[in-house]
Design a protein around this ligand. Sequence first.
Ligand code: AR6
Length: 330
Amino acid sequence: MPIKIIRQDITKLECDAIVNAANNTLLGGGGVDGAIHRAAGEELLEECRTLGGCKTGQAKITGAYNLPCKYVIHTVGPIWKNGNYGERALLTSCYRNSLELAKQYECNSVAFPLISSGAYGYPKDEALRVATDTISDFLLENEMLVYIVVFDKRAFSIGEKLFCDIQQYIDDNYAERFANRRRGVYESTVMSQDICFDSMPCAPSMQKASLDEMLLQIDESFSQMLLRKIDESGMTDSQCYKKANIDRKLFSKIKSNVNYKPSKTTAIAFAIALELSLDETKDFLMKAGYALSHSNKFDIIIEYFITNKNYNIFEINEALFEFDQCLLGV
Ligand code: AR6
């Protein structure tokens, strides 16, 4: 199952377990720890007193009392110094150990705050990268819905360079759209003539081969094209839907219904998982009745990542989140 990045107060989430960014005493504190203790009530503190603290990178589980979830998993993130004190390894083990505990307690869904990214000072973009890398590794072998809960906009930020590059790409492409609009119809007529001339020099045998191929594929639905492309890629079905951040049940629906019409974000998620080029992505989307245009930020951001051959769906989602767009996958 997939990772969902959401903006919310973690204490309000209805899922099997929420994770607390605690300290070694497990006896409460500020930030998300304080919020969780306040919302859960005194009994949580009483249970925490019986646990004997927790080492950095480890995790312990308690009941959730007045919270709408079943369990609270308490983990202690590293205090950021300069990155040379094993901070990344410790933060990775916070996520890994919390996920293992959730699995042991048969949780189907678990929500994480961005551990260490507040009072403990871990740089936010790097903290987020550790979270998505570790959780996505875990999900390759396990079925669970994992939320990364981002409390406020400032608590979340993709790298500054990536942000600027994407912003620049958006600006350039919006500009191109307005320029094209001013140039008007004449240019599009010339372009369509160019396409006709382009196709003329083809050898007749090549034309026939590609025509046969096109005719064979004319009735191929989105679902059939997806399954064919998965086979061609050498991935298994589950490798592909996990890479696409898509839920197994949704994949089964698409697989079993030849005429299934996915949402645009689902279709793009599969294009990303299959590492399709921009042209291939456009053909693939067309099967589901969608296009990529330069008239909205979402499409331009997707185009940016595809043209830069960056097919990491979690990085793409971080960027989409930063620009207030819908996320890919489920
Ligand atoms: N829901 C979701 N995320 C939240 C919430 C909330 N209600 N409140 C804060 N955050 P921090 P740390 C985010 O400082 O860095 C405590 O005193 C917040 O924006 O809570 O691991 C403990 O007792 C930030 O991105 O945890 C420790 O002493 C993230 O949660 C120490 O702080 C983590 O910020 C742990 O520091």
